[in-house]
Design a protein around this ligand. Structure first.
Ligand code: GTP
Ligand code: MG
Length: 355
């Protein structure tokens, strides 16, 4: 695009720095990464990201927003909803409560206090999305963005081994036997594209670059961010408004990515304490406005010594709670308590206000 950088909606100081570094047109700017732009133009990494976002938006490269939406009819939307594919969780109760699994094309947030199994569920989904179609899976690939350094490859091997065993046992027809033979631990690991992000700048840069990666890797059906809270809970004590602005931008990019590339976006989130009416409540971190980003929120929590998963924000599932456990093989139903999924009142104490 030959449009001059001077016409972009950026502050004059930033434009001067970009021009002085030799970037004249949108084409020039869009050929470099945020880190390169920051180094070459003497911008902070955040300013460089802003330049790339504005260039992309005003240059029409992301194509998101009203333009795309306006060409859809209600019938298109209905057909899209009906064709929605889902990723099974390997907990049949949770899958049943979710209407078949986690939806592709939407954002799901998994919340819970430390040790509840958020990372385990993310890993489980990274394996499950690869289950061959003849076994009811998507045969997909996954991008796993680890912001906490909690991805343990041996644990991925354990979960993959269990999934392979499961499919091998189920295989009856010739097609299933062939698919099971090709579904190996090595294949599963090679289909997990790992990204380690150490801070929010690296995370934002990765999300900015991800659409191009997804375009060249159409088999990716799942993007995991474990966790989205960690990078944004540091460095922002005095800068709440800036954090909210960055999170709003991130939410928009994730929504657009999930829709356009037809991927499930799964985020893990931590819990934080909020004071209301003199009482403290545990609520998902990152504030109320972030709560609008996910279509679906899953809360993992203890009920005594029982692990429970509650769906507490979903337009198309009733609120429900199921028991689960983390076994050597991964995230599973808890068969020790034979209860059907229980419906819960709409107001979950301490949670509903943050939805
Ligand atoms: P934070 O990231 O600290 O917020 O916690 P988290 O919610 O991500 O918890 P995580 O997914 O790391 O789950 C930790 C729990 O999973 C542990 O308390 C164990 O109960 C269980 N777990 C983790 N690894 C294994 C394993 O190899 N075998 C078994 N059986 N359980 C495991
Ligand atoms: Mg974790």
């Amino acid at each position: 695009m030959q449009r001059p950088v001077t016409t972009l909606r950026l502050s004059p100081q930033i434009k001067v720095k970009v021009l002085n570094a030799g970037f004249q047109t949108l084409d020039d700017v869009m050929q470099v990464s945020a880190l390169e732009l920051s180094r070459e133009a003497g911008l902070s990494q955040e300013e460089a990201l802003e330049v790339l976002q504005v260039a992309r938006k005003e240059g029409g490269a992301d194509g998101g927003g009203a333009g795309d939406g306006a060409s859809l009819t209600a019938l298109d939307l209905l057909q899209k909803e009906e064709a929605l594919t889902r990723i099974v969780t390997f907990s049949s109760r949770l899958d049943a409560a979710l209407g078949g699994g986690l939806p592709v094309g939407k954002i799901t947030e998994i919340c819970g206090v430390p040790g509840m199994g958020k990372t385990q569920l993310c890993l489980q989904l990274a394996v499950d999305v690869q289950v061959p179609p003849c076994f009811g899976g998507l045969g997909g690939q996954v991008v796993f963005i680890d912001t906490e350094g909690s991805f343990v490859v041996q644990r991925a091997v354990d979960l993959a081994t269990a999934a392979v065993r499961h499919c091998t046992l189920l295989a009856e027809e010739a097609e299933q036997r062939d698919a099971a033979a090709a579904f190996t631990v090595e294949t599963i690991l090679s289909n997990i594209f790992m990204v380690r992000c150490h801070d929010y700048v690296e995370l934002l840069a990765e999300i900015y670059l991800l659409p191009d990666f997804l375009s060249s890797h159409p088999k990716v059906r799942l993007v995991v961010i474990d966790s989205v809270a960690f990078p944004f809970r540091q460095h922002f004590d005095e800068l709440r408004a800036q954090r909210t602005r960055l999170l709003n931008g991130l939410a928009q990019q994730l929504i657009s990515m999930a829709t356009k590339h037809d991927v499930a976006v799964v985020l893990s989130n931590q819990m934080t304490t909020r004071l209301q009416g003199g009482q403290s409540q545990l609520v998902p971190a990152l504030g109320e406005s972030w709560g609008h980003a996910p279509t679906l929120r899953l809360l993992l929590r203890w009920a005594g010594s029982q692990r429970q998963a509650t769906i507490f924000k979903s337009p198309d599932c009733e609120e429900a709670t199921v028991n689960y456990q983390i076994t050597t093989d991964g995230f599973r139903d808890d068969d020790r308590s034979e209860q059907p999924p229980s419906k819960r009142p709409r107001t979950l104490a301490g949670q509903s206000a943050a939805c």
